[in-house]
Design a protein around this ligand. Structure first.
Ligand SMILES: N[C@@H](CCC(=O)N[C@@H](CS)C(=O)NCC(=O)O)C(=O)O
Length: 227
């Protein structure tokens, strides 16, 4: 199995955290880096693999190609050995998928804030305070929903690590560590979970490129928007 990876991107990070938690090492990882301005990206070989050409992409040995991170996670759950990371019962699987959906929505709204507000995209994407503010408000709302869904268990949806933890961690690593957006003060359970999960071997701090980090870090200050 091959994984086309972009090691510090929020969607590929979901997969790398998952692979480490699942203990899977028989995946060939091919590292790629989309340019900031997305000029000439995706390259023809990626566009030939999936309609979007976005990362991550998995190509299995039988030729199966999967180009959406959540579908990749579920595919790996169904095809690979290792600990169950979806949930043992329909109810537990539903809890996992609910939490995954909330963080998937969260990162999409965050993208509106960062794309239209960050100094990183200066001259590449049109700045819009209104678009950034809508994205930020909705991102904060999704984190507060996740907070209300989180109990006092060690992991987000219970006593075992699931793909929900992987998706949430990837999201918060990117928003906190790259863009410098703190978890809101009224999300203490989420913040405590993040601190705990950050110490796991599966979730080392991503290596963001220094020049891009310098421009990205401090999104709330750059946009005058807090959540
Ligand atoms: N919904 C997709 C989103 C993937 C995505 O947007 N990946 C980014 C990297 S983190 C990317 O490839 N961007 C370049 C592009 O879309 O051309 C997924 O979950 O896999």
């Amino acid at each position: 199995m091959k994984l086309y990876d972009f090691p510090w991107g929020p969607y590929p990070l979901r997969i790398s955290i998952y692979l480490a938690e699942k203990g899977l090492s028989d995946v060939e990882v091919l590292k790629l880096e989309p340019p900031l301005d997305k000029k000439d990206w995706p390259p023809p070989f990626l566009k030939a693999l999936t309609p979007a050409g976005s990362l991550p992409i998995v190509v299995d040995d039988d030729g199966t190609v999967i180009g959406q991170s959540l579908a990749i996670l579920e595919y790996l759950e169904e095809t690979k050995p290792g600990p169950d990371m979806l949930g043992a019962t329909p109810r537990m699987r539903a809890r996992t998928r609910e939490m995954v959906a909330v963080f998937d929505e969260a990162i999409a709204f965050f993208g509106l804030w960062s794309r239209h507000g960050s100094d990183l995209n200066e001259g590449i994407i049109k700045k819009s305070h209104d678009a950034a503010a809508i994205g930020a408000e909705r991102y904060g709302q999704k984190l507060r929903i996740a907070e209300r869904m989180t109990g006092d268990s060690p992991f987000l949806t219970g006593d075992e690590v699931t793909i929900a933890d992987c998706v949430a961690m990837a999201t918060l690593q990117f928003t906190r560590q790259f863009y410098g957006v703190p978890i809101p003060a009224d999300c203490p359970r989420l913040a405590a979970w993040y601190e705990r999960f950050s110490k796991r071997a599966s979730a080392p701090a991503p290596k963001f490129p220094e020049d891009q980090l310098a421009l990205a870090y401090g999104l709330p200050e750059q946009t005058g928007i807090t959540i």
